[in-house]
Ligand binder design. Structure first.
Ligand SMILES: Cc1cc2nc3c(=O)[nH]c(=O)nc-3n(C[C@H](O)[C@H](O)[C@H](O)COP(=O)(O)OP(=O)(O)OC[C@H]3O[C@@H](n4cnc5c(N)ncnc54)[C@H](O)[C@@H]3O)c2cc1C
Ligand code: FES
Length: 511
């Protein structure tokens, strides 16, 4: 039997799986709610990966802890909260230098670190998650383990639960951990910050039990027990199949998989996979594994309903609507490059992704980028780009030249993916005037109607000004209103004031 750990939730003792994240353990225990929004509405985890801040609670007296990033093991008390994080007094501060800093320990970051380390460079990898492996591996299994072994043989250092927060100067950065501040100088930087999920607001999407699609996947991988739970998955992209297979494999009941794209577009995409036999085989194997799971095209979520938690999800179908009873829903409308770290460092972006040269160098000398942050294209692209970037950061551009042909093929695949799962116009009509768009600040769709752009919306309504810093509502409004939202203001992640106070002799650009 799995090891458990006892915590007091608002003073009430409950047992959670010790290896789960706190959020995953709590949801598995049917404790969906983590706190309340500024106007008192119930709030519960959405993204499962540290983006939305909807899972914040006070953990062992520390307010504002994102429970999806916090291991359950060792925690004694959790209090659901309404307050914002307070500044903490005790910070450990240090300064040091390395040759190569890698931001992100997903496939791209690990591949880059291994290549740079094997070329004799002192490499530090940081990731805001509690384990290496990124979104796909989330831990030491299979290829993540192999890459980590290569990194460890090459002397690569890894700091978990540590975020890039500030640019202090040229290749001089501030990294922030749970209680540590590290000011780091480096000769080269590899940004491998991955992707985030696009959420679109629809009536009821903030009800506890409605999660992101990748969020549900992340929480299951982090220990959420879905045995016997009725689950509906909706949105767009190949992640729908991957999450359906995971829910089924872990004993959940997938009641419907609803893809917004039309059948003929997806069929064309699958036929095009003939040029990528291993991806075609993967897709077919997934479909076969899913067997009798009901899968529908040109379907999308219209409304979530329930008394304090999700009970029914209504889908728009070509022939009308259908309401399905369920306990959990995973809803996501594709992935977007996480180009915020690159924007912070002044790198040029193109169509929301980091622009790179053939050796993965960005427009800023000595700053490289690899993986989903340069354009969403999947695991193989991330690994190839990571290898090229790591070698180039260590001064070797030959590897990038050798891998160019394979990479071009992966980028063609990425372009086809984007085309096949492009979002349909009807989704722009999802929110109603009373629908919450900015979950952090409770800003409704109706309040945004007269706002001409993102900056005005932020100034006049506080949309995007809460702890998630617009990571959830900005991509939604980019699609819904066509607003340009691509800024990244320091600090890149919300940090207590104590982490922003400079030790003597340093200064933060614009902080
Ligand atoms: C939610 C989600 C689920 C996915 N599920 C699948 C799947 O099931 N199958 C599949 O084939 N592909 C999946 N993908 C796509 C998958 O991420 C890519 O195929 C590939 O793994 C990307 O690798 P990467 O290294 O570029 O990024 P990632 O694996 O996303 O790694 C990036 C890492 O950077 C970290 N990071 C970001 N910003 C900072 C910062 N400021 N400071 C410190 N660390 C930071 C992130 O926490 C993350 O761990 C998923 C993507 C997402 C977003
Ligand atoms: S669920 Fe924890 S930050 Fe989104």
């Amino acid at each position: 039997m799995a090891e458990t750990t006892r915590i007091a939730l608002d003073g009430k003792p409950i047992d959670l799986p010790a290896d789960a994240s706190l959020a995953a353990g709590l949801i598995g225990h049917r404790e969906l709610v983590c706190g309340r929004s500024p106007s008192g509405r119930l709030r519960a985890p959405l993204c499962g990966m540290g983006i939305c801040h909807e899972c914040r609670a006070t953990v062992d007296g520390r307010p504002g802890v994102r429970t999806c990033l916090e291991p359950a093991r060792g925690v004694r008390t959790v209090e659901r909260e309404t307050r914002l994080p307070a500044a903490e007094a005790a910070w450990t501060r240090s300064e040091r230098a390395v040759d190569v800093l890698v931001v992100g320990a997903g496939p791209a970051g690990l591949a880059a670190a291994a290549e740079a380390g094997e070329r004799g460079r002192r490499v530090l990898v940081v990731d805001d998650n509690r384990a290496a492996g990124g979104q796909i591996w989330r831990g030491k299994t299979g290829r993540a383990g192999e890459l980590e072994q290569r990194c460890s043989r090459a002397g690569v250092e890894f700091l978990a639960r540590t975020s890039l927060a500030l640019r202090l100067g040229e290749r001089h950065l501030r990294l922030v951990g749970p209680r540590e501040v590290l000011d780091l100088r480096c000769s080269a930087i590899v940004l491998a910050s991955g992707a985030t999920e696009r959420f679109l607001p629809f009536p009821g999407w903030e009800l506890p039990g409605v999660l992101g699609l990748g969020g549900l996947q992340a929480l299951i991988k982090d220990g959420l027990d879905v045995r016997g739970r009725r689950v509906v998955l909706a949105g767009s992209g190949p992640l729908l199949l991957a999450v359906a297979a995971l829910v089924q494999q872990r004993g959940g009941l997938v009641r419907r998989v609803a893809e917004q794209a039309p059948n003929d577009r997806v069929a064309g995409f699958v036929l095009g996979l003939a040029a990528h036999p291993s991806k075609l085989a993967q897709a077919l194997a997934l479909r076969v594994r899913l067997g009798s799971v009901p899968f529908a095209y040109s379907n999308w979520p219209l409304e979530a309903r329930g008394a304090g938690r999700l009970e029914t999800l209504t889908l728009r179908r070509p022939s009308g609507t259908e309401s399905i009873d369920c306990d959990l829903a995973g809803i996501g409308f594709g992935l977007l490059p996480n180009a915020r770290p690159a924007a912070l460092l002044g790198c040029r972006l193109e169509r929301g992704a980091v622009a790179v040269d053939p050796a993965q160098e960005t427009s800023v000398e000595g700053v490289f980028a690899a993986g989903e942050c340069t354009g969403v294209g999947g695991l193989d692209k991330a690994l190839l780009e990571g290898r090229s970037a790591g070698a180039a950061a260590a001064g070797d551009r030959d590897l990038a030249r050798a891998l160019a042909g394979r990479l071009a093929r992966e980028r063609r695949f990425a372009a086809r993916l984007e085309q096949a799962f492009a979002l349909r116009d009807e989704l722009r009509a999802l929110p109603r005037p009373e629908t919450i768009v900015c979950r952090c600040e409770d800003v409704r769709w109706g309040e945004l109607a007269s706002r001409p752009d993102w900056t005005d919306a932020k100034l006049q309504t506080r949309c995007g000004m809460g702890p998630c810093q617009g990571r959830v509502c900005a991509p939604a409004l980019e699609f819904l209103r066509g607003w340009a939202v691509g800024d990244a203001r320091p600090p890149l992640v919300p940090v207590p004031c104590g982490a922003l106070v400079h030790p003597p002799g340093t200064g933060a650009d614009g902080a």
